[in-house]
Every structure is written in C-alpha cells, then in structure tokens.
Design a binder for this molecule. Sequence first.
Ligand SMILES: [Zn+2]
Length: 424
Amino acid sequence: MSASATQSASSASSTDSGILAVSSPTWLPPFSVPSGVASSYQTSRNTDPTLSTQTLNLTAYPEPWGTPTTNTPEIQNVINSIDWDHVPNATVRKALSNGDLDMNGYDYTTDPYCWWSDSNCVKPKVSYLPEDIYYCPRVGDWGLTYDDGPFNIPDTGNSSWAEPNLYNFLAEHNQTATLFYIGSNVVTFPAAAQRAINNGHVICIHTWSHPQMTAQSNELVVAELYWSLRAVKEATGVTPKCWRPPYGDVDDRVRAIAWQMGLRTVLWDEDSNDWNMPGDGGGNLAPSTVDGYFEGWIENRKNGSDNAQGHIVLEHELNNSTVSMAEKWLPQLQQTFNVVTIQECMNISQPYWETSWVYPTESNPSVTNGSTSSSTASASVTSGADGQSSTNAQDKTSMAVGQLVPSLQLFIFLIMTLKFLRIF
Ligand SMILES: [Zn+2]
C-alpha cells in the first residue's frame, strides 16, 4: 500500500486520454519493507554468492504452482474493488489437454477482444485500456527481460545456475533487467527477489502458477495476479505496476482486470525461444537454433537493416539452459545494442506504486538513491508513458515541482543568452 492512494478503483474514472484511471491498490496487507531490503533505488551491487533459502510464511498462500485459491476474503476484496462494467465480457477460453488453446468459435478476422494468442493484437479494442508495451521506441535499444524467476535452488540435481547466478553475472557486467516473477517462486525464494531489487533490477509479475490467462475465470485471473503481487510486496516491499501474461496469452477481459489491479500489460517483439530448449520445464529446441537467433539480431543491427525500432526480447531464467544461454550472449549484445530495462527505454521512472522508488530512465539517467537531481527532474513530466502515474495525485504534485525547476533554469539561460547577444 502506498500513502498516495487517493482514489479507489471502484470509483475509477476516465483520464483526459480516455484511459480508465487507476490508483494504488488498497487491498494488499500493509507489509513493511523487510530488513536488508532497500526502500529506494540503489546504485551499489551485491555479488555475494550465497542467498538465504528461508521461505515466506507459506501457510498464508495457496500451494506453490497449484491453482490459486479464490474463496478467501482477500480475493473477494479485490473482486469488489473492480468496476466490472469496464471488463469486456469475452468468453473464457478452453485449454486443451496438449496445452494449446481451443480457438474454435473465435472470429479472428474481427478479433473483437484483441486476443494476442490469436492475432498478436496489442492495441485493445476498448478505448479505456492502454496499448500493451512490446518494443523499445529508440533504434538500437535492447529491452532486457527475464521471465519465470526467481530461479529457485532445485531440491535435487545441479543447482549451479540458480539465483544468485544470473543476478551476480548481471552485476559484474553493470547491467540491469526487467524481471517477470512467478509468485510461487517468490514465496519459496524471497531472498532472490530481495537481491534483485537491491541490485537495481525492476520487478514485474508473471502470475502465480503460469497458466494461459484467457482460459481462467474472472476470479482466477484476479487470484493469479493477487497472490503474485502479495508475494512480491511481502518479500520486497514494492507493488509492481507491470505484468506479462504467460505465453503472451491475453485478451481485453484479462487486460482490463489486470489494469484495474494496477498492472500494465507488457509483451515483446522478439522471442529468443530459449524457453523451448531442453531443460527443467523446457522443450526440445536445439540450442544452436537459439544461438542463430542471437547471431541474426546482432548481424542485422551491425549491417544497418535493423533500423525501424528498438526491441523488447523474451528471455528466461527458467532453468540451467536458459541462464547459461543468457550469460553467453549478454556481453556481445552489450557491444552491439544499448541494453536497458523496459522501464528505461519507455521512460517509466516509477514502476511501483511506492513513490519512494525512482529509477533512472533514458530521458533522466541520473538518479541517486531514489531522488532525481533537480537539473533532470523534468523527466517525471514525460513518465506518463505507463499511463498510470499520471492519474496519481502525489505524482502530479511532484511533476509540478519537476516542471518548475527546469523552467527556471531555461529562463535564466535565455536571459544570459540575450545579454550575451546584447539584445538588452
Ligand atoms: Zn513464463
């Protein structure tokens, strides 16, 4: 919860842009920031090779990786907070036994619910939802994302690639990333989430049990998101404003519920297919094929043919194979691309509802310990790219101050220039 909560979602109204206004969730327990966890953006990086294996209080959560419970007062509170008139009434899809979705009966030509699995649609058909985030606008940017973490230390077998392996590698390469966390993995390994946030990464959520979300009832959509948000909040003290649907499976019904729970939908425009390599929870794609994708992206950037936009790339911290692949290619990507978090390239300085957290962005790179320097505070004015902060009263206040300082500087600069030109 944040002190900035000024408007409950049940009284949601439209903003100037027509996007449904949302505010800080009021239905999470008031967890305080755990000891040892930062409460604002830090520039120091911890590479200690060990992490505590202490879990959160698992009795307060559904069975990890199981279908989440919906019959609790906590879930009812969220359901009651949602304006269901602003949730499109799309049919709940069916998942087939082989894991595919049954697309029978859906009109893919008109795609009435902007169903990504059917059409790769990213622009909702209802005017009150924002477009999904799926690429970095600036040419040469590589939006670095890892899904399915935090990678827990396995009970058996080779755990050498589990966290903090990737986070330490990123720290040693002066790199931050956007991490899409599975709630079930956070409750069983909260120390990994704490390391990630202390090391400057951005945490978004990726559901509790990783289902196809268009195949979940409204109550289950709420539960998948709620338990994940609760886990991240209890482990780290932050409430993310971003989520990524497993398999990219989202439609306007699911988007609308997520949006009213404070979450902007994030997809990708390039898929490394690393998730399909052999490994725990993986498939049978040859690693050489994945190497080929990375080689192709680097080649296209170098030869100038990749010049339309930057990218957001789907990678995973799912298992040993995906983490070793990620570490193999990162140094070469850094030589070719401007490798950034999604929030950096989208100029979203505040990815959480807790306003003490301010991250560096491309338009405002100088952030020190959670506060912007006065010379660059204007960046917060343009941070409305996430469509959420602009509806937050506290943000509006800080924006007004942010606008004032650079305006004064500009005014003084103009006076000096005019004096220099002897205009007066
Ligand atoms: Zn996933």
